[in-house]
Design a protein around this ligand. Structure first.
Ligand code: GYE
Length: 328
């Protein structure tokens, strides 16, 4: 399909690689692509904020290795400016494909345009951007976070079916301005609107981190004695909150019902122990599918503009059953 740029650039790229073959070309660690015929993928990761993220990084690194793709991996430590400069570096290094998991949704147009002008295809991984111009990237692979929030809300609505007393909910949001935080909040809010007894009494970011989940939950517990439910946008924040709840002399999962998202091993263990009541799965194992898309994009093949991850939900019994074979 879009052979136009690849075809036009191909001769040039080959010539440049041959010339650059023994001369470096500015790449770090001498991982000069092209000379060995490998596809070079520049990947900018959000950071290492959660168990989900660590599993995602592992999946990407392992599947790049087994797909024979030369991966240039960059960790942005949670900062958008680091991601922007990593992407600019990838452009300078003339990688074949760029993939990244955008820390927040907004502010990407300029750098994405630079990649497009350089003829380097971009794949969004895990999180979306709010750019109006969808020609700035080839595809977006990842979960539907609104659906995840809806699944969390549906469970709660069922759990309190037929009950009439007020239900005080506190929410630990993910990273401010990130697609999963925005969408998990939205999907959940839409579903719980079905029951007028539900009230979100506090909602604050815990940045998807365990330590922040703990400290924010401490402040929730101090200011609001009457918490019935905690909805945490990921397992890690939920696990941090559990520590705060126990320190306050309350029983997580019993005194306060807890719903989280991700279903990483630590979360699933807490669920199997009854400290969490329900987990919505979000799979971090995007590596193999991503490498497949990278190869197709590099070959100029047509690919779907949206690739959705398949996911489920877990109750305590289901967590017990799934834990022994859980990969992450
Ligand atoms: O749920 C959270 C991580 O973007 C889906 O980011 C991802 C989220 C995941 O830090 O644990």
């Amino acid at each position: 399909m879009r052979r136009n740029w690849s075809a036009a650039a191909l001769t040039g790229v080959l010539a440049v690689s041959v010339l650059a073959g023994c001369g470096g070309g500015g790449d770090d660690a001498g991982s000069d692509s092209g000379s060995d015929g490998k596809i070079t993928l520049g990947f900018s990761q959000v950071g290492a904020e959660s168990g989900w993220r660590t599993a995602n990084t592992k999946s990407i690194q392992e599947s790049a290795a087994s797909a024979g793709i030369d991966l240039k991996f960059s960790d942005a430590q949670g900062k958008q400016e680091n991601q922007i400069s990593a992407i600019r570096n990838f452009i300078t290094q003339k990688v074949d494909v760029i993939a990244f998991s955008p820390v927040v949704t907004s502010g990407w147009d300029a750098v994405l345009k630079e990649a497009k002008d350089a003829g380097i295809p971009v794949i969004l991984t895990d999180r979306a951007v709010d750019s109006q111009d969808t020609s700035l990237y080839k595809t977006f692979i990842g979960s539907d976070f609104i659906v995840e929030g809806e699944k969390a809300g549906d469970w709660l609505v069922k759990e309190y079916e037929g009950k009439t007393e007020p239900v005080n909910i506190v929410e630990l949001q993910g990273t401010t301005g990130s697609a999963p935080a925005l969408d998990r909040q939205k999907g959940f809010a839409e579903k719980i609107a079905a029951n007028p007894n539900f009230k979100i009494v506090k909602s604050q970011t815990g940045d998807f981190k365990r330590a922040d989940g703990k400290t924010v939950m401490e402040t929730f517990l101090q200011s609001t004695p009457d918490i019935d439910v905690l909805y945490a946008h990921n397992d890690d924040m939920g696990l941090g909150a559990i520590e705060a709840i126990e320190a306050a002399g309350k029983k997580p999962g019993t005194d306060i019902k807890i719903i989280t998202v991700d279903a990483v091993k630590d979360g699933m263990t807490a669920l199997s122990e009854g400290k969490i009541n329900f987990i919505v799965e979000c799979s971090p194992l995007l590596g193999p599918q991503l490498m497949d898309l990278v190869k197709k994009v590099d070959a100029g093949e047509e690919i779907p503009t949206r690739v959705l991850t398949e996911e489920t939900t877990f109750t305590q019994a289901q967590a017990k059953e799934a834990l022994p074979t859980r990969q992450y």
